[in-house]
Ligand binder design. Structure first.
Ligand code: HEC
Length: 176
């Protein structure tokens, strides 16, 4: 960058050149602002990339989630759940209400924990929350069995954190 000295600016034939230099120097702050803008924008973009990561993990797209297609309840638990259903739910419900495509689609993309807590907080309708956590988990396991989801070696847990990472999705092998 040519910085005109005091003497050069005083020469008439160099005045234009000096003016240009001033013009260039006036533009420089704008260039700095632009750079700062780029830095800020880059920061925002990076934040934008960083932020959705924990959110997507919660919504079921992260690596920490499990699907109901992965075998998340045991056969024995579903058997117990059937007994609980017959005693506590059968008065008002038929098992068929909680299986099939319509039921699966209405819960798709939500965690099993949402189904669990919905049932725990609202059912049995005449005395919500009256069953034990293990009984509610067993009933949910039975509902998963009704929908043809595969069994696994472990029983469905009943703590909210574990249930929140198990995703409900439509069973491709059960098109009723
Ligand atoms: C005294 C009757 C009664 C009993 C017992 C009962 N329910 Fe319900 N249930 C209802 C009624 C009525 C509705 C619909 C209105 C509502 O959602 O509150 C309902 C709704 C539901 C729903 C929501 C259905 C949907 O598609 O959103 C689920 C799930 C459910 N019950 C599960 C159960 C389970 C599991 C049990 C046993 C632990 C049970 N209910 C016991 C009467 C009962």
């Amino acid at each position: 960058m040519i910085v005109p000295s005091f003497e050069i600016v005083r020469e008439p034939q160099l005045r234009l050149r000096a003016t240009r230099c001033v013009a260039v120097r006036l533009r420089r702050p704008r260039a700095h602002l632009g750079f700062a803008g780029v830095v800020i924008l880059t920061g925002l973009v990076l934040i934008g990339f960083a932020l959705p990561a924990p959110i997507s993990a919660q919504s079921g797209e992260g690596p920490d989630t499990v699907s109901v297609l992965d075998g998340v309840y045991s056969e024995e638990q579903a058997r117990q759940g059937r007994q609980v259903f017959d005693m506590e739910c059968g008065l008002c419900h038929a098992p068929g209400e909680f299986s099939g495509t319509t039921f699966q689609l209405s819960w798709t993309s939500r965690p099993v924990g949402a189904l669990y807590s919905h049932i725990q907080m609202t059912m049995p309708q005449d005395r919500p929350g009256s069953l034990s956590a293990a009984q509610y988990a067993a009933v949910v396991a039975y509902i998963l069995e009704l929908n043809g989801y595969p069994t696994g070696k472990d029983a469905l847990p009943h703590d909210p954190d574990s249930l929140s990472v198990i995703q409900l999705e439509r069973n491709p092998n059960d098109g009723r």
